[in-house]
Design a binder for this molecule. Sequence first.
Ligand code: NAP
Length: 305
Amino acid sequence: MAAGEDRAPGRVGVVGLGVMGGGMAHRLLAQGTPVVVWNRGADKAAPLAAAGAEVAATPAALAARVDTVLVSLADQAAVESVLFGPDGVLGALAPGGVVLNTSTVAPAFARALAERLAGTGHRILDACLLGNGQHAKDGELRFMVGGEPEVYERVEPLLASLGKEVRLVGGHGQGATLKLLLNMLMGIEMQALAEAVVLGQQAGLAPESVLQAIAASGFSSPVMRFKCGVMGRRAFERADFRLALMHKDLGLVRAEAQALGVPLAATDGAHAVLTEGLRRGLGELDCAAVLTVLEGMVGEPEPAP
Ligand SMILES: NC(=O)c1ccc[n+]([C@@H]2O[C@H](COP(=O)([O-])OP(=O)(O)OC[C@H]3O[C@@H](n4cnc5c(N)ncnc54)[C@H](OP(=O)(O)O)[C@@H]3O)[C@@H](O)[C@H]2O)c1
């Protein structure tokens, strides 16, 4: 099919069908929104095809059929190649088309994307999200959006069908900034939780009783309570949020903080342990597997951040 030949209004493209992109695509289909999907590896597209999505052969083939492209990719390098690479989205998206980048990236990267698109007729927003894969499937995400208000207004109904909270928080990059602040808290919380469990364990307490006490205490957040259960069951294999992605996000936080001259001792410590987790080959596990990393580090010198 030639580019743009079949660009039906209301049809949405979803690029990247991992935990979050797959969840959002399922949600859109369940809401009756026609969806075209693309994923680097073909395996993740099959369940969506079965649920009624059209599967595009390349990001460009997808972009030729929609006006709005939701991007949910692991990292900046993936976003760069899928948008600008050969058969990339921007080679085929019609003028006026909107890219909603829901991937967590550096604020400076989000601003640079907007600058590169300026004058092309394409528009982009950093539409960063909070929530897990189940929230994505259930339309329970929270969106923190950065960009131009008139573009935001156009896509707000779409985002509202995916999330229970949708907010324009500022200009390009500000959605990414707020998202990184929140993930910084989660990374520190996971590290704090793992430290409490391992220290208690070394002092003779059963991990289950430490986790139960923390979960029931006022010190626990809803996410920490949920992760207490994951740690208790050692259910790290089916990752809600991969350890490698938490490492990426804390790395982005540290770069931002360094540029702004803000010391982040807790983030630095958590990042160092995640780096050790990657070195031990645990990056594909859920980020709660920081517990396993710390357990393996007992008796070893502290890693440098
Ligand atoms: N999981 C969460 O709770 C959560 C919450 C908020 C935000 N986020 C952010 O949302 C984004 C997606 O997270 P996720 O948990 O859905 O990740 P994920 O399950 O690991 O999926 C990552 C996706 O990126 C694709 N990808 C990776 N490298 C690529 C490349 N070089 N070229 C093309 N595609 C590439 C993968 O394709 P393959 O299948 O081919 O590997 C997959 O579709 C990340 O930026 C993450 O930080 C995640």
